[in-house]
Write a protein that binds this ligand. Structure first.
Ligand code: ASP
Length: 360
């Protein structure tokens, strides 16, 4: 059985298959109309969401299936103190697949450890958002015709932006992708992505402070919102909230075929005047999200009993109750889960649930 907790839970081949299937669905929608009749998707959303939840719902409905779940943890047994693991053990009796969004990092991973049905991570804290990644990969493919060889600029909140973390991981498996990181010092990409993903996979990246100095090199400009809800220090948020604004003047310096992506919602980082520029792909990206989720749900259910499609071997990990994960937003610091860690090549200890540093 396959879960999708992190983009690398799918092999590169499985990822490409899902992107290709999404394209087939776009071209032959009627062929898939009843393909998941009598199947149920449970959407367990412990954190606000518009696009992702509606997109999962629309995807399942277009495949002929049904949807149940909650969009507010307060209306579920969580408010009575139920753990993620227990909620999943209950819900799996009512559904064939679960999409979970949670503010605690690692929650969908905990769910996948106990579930008998596929779990899809629909976003966990600032950690990962693999279905947005599939959306982004499909969008780049449709806008540019290829992913290999692109130069992509990530702009904005690269620290808390989970969509950025997941997309960089996925792109590290394509050929000759160059990454330019455009962020203020306070919002730079976390170290674990730089070391464990970029350095390890040989992704060529550099860090800059303005859009203007690099826009002419880019095939994709990936804008992001400053993630207000993740800041512990509101003064810091105020300092960085308006760091970058894309407008028509800046777009003048871009290639004729550059695509502007944004996982949305936007706050003020892209001026509405850019929307009518043919390179503004962010609303097309939303529709791609529905098609790719159709392809994902369809594939996970098809692969469920196929020994060819199993979860990848996890990095060797160890249990040590004297070590603490330093991330207060990690599920291991809130729910009674096993304390599991991995050692990186540089000797650092990282938490299995959220990838953050841990120590005694
Ligand atoms: N919708 C995206 C997410 O859930 C981006 C954002 O919220 O800024 O991560």
């Amino acid at each position: 059985m396959k879960h999708l907790i992190d983009p690398t839970d799918l092999t590169k081949q499985e990822t490409d298959e899902i992107i290709a299937l999404a394209q087939d669905i776009i071209e032959h929608r009627e062929k898939y109309r009843d393909s998941l009749k009598y199947h149920k998707l449970a959407t367990l959303f412990y954190e606000p969401s518009t696009r992702t939840r509606l997109s999962f719902t629309a995807a399942m409905m277009e495949l002929g299936g049904n949807v149940l779940g909650f969009s507010d943890a307060k209306s579920s047994s969580v408010s009575k103190g139920e753990t993620v693991a227990d909620t999943v053990r209950v819900v799996e009796n009512f559904a064939d697949v679960i999409a979970m969004r949670h503010p605690l990092e690692g929650a969908p991973y905990v769910a996948s450890q106990v579930a008998r049905i596929p779990i899809i991570n629909a976003g966990d804290g600032s950690h990962a958002h693999p279905t947005q990644t599939l959306t982004d990969l499909l969008t780049i493919t449709r806008e540019l015709g290829h992913i290999d060889g692109i130069t992509i600029g990530f702009c904005g909140d690269l620290k808390f932006g989970r969509t950025v973390h997941s997309l960089i991981k996925a792109l590290s498996r394509y050929r000759d992708v160059k990454v330019i990181l455009i962020a203020p010092d306070e919002l730079r990409l976390p170290d674990y992505i730089k070391r464990d993903v970029c350095d390890r996979q040989g992704i060529c990246y550099r860090e800059v402070h303005t859009i203007e100095e690099v826009i002419g090199e880019l095939d994709v400009l990936y804008m992001t919102r400053v993630q207000q809800e993740r800041f512990l220090d509101m003064e810091e948020f105020e300092r960085v909230r308006n760091s970058f604004v894309l407008d028509c003047e800046k777009m003048q310096g871009a290639k004729e075929k550059m695509a502007v992506l944004h996982p949305l919602p936007r706050v003020n980082e892209i001026k509405p005047e850019v929307d009518s520029d043919p390179r503004a792909a962010y609303f097309r990206q939303v529709e791609n999200g529905k098609f790719v989720r159709m392809a994902l749900i369809y594939s996970l259910l098809k692969w469920k009993d196929d020994p060819e499609h199993q979860m990848p071997e996890h990095p060797v990990y160890f249990e040590d109750s004297s070590i603490r994960c330093r991330n207060s937003k990690c599920i291991c610091n809130s729910e009674g889960v096993r304390r599991l860690y991995r050692k990186t090549e540089t000797g650092a200890i990282r938490c299995i649930y959220c990838d953050n540093l841990a120590g005694r």
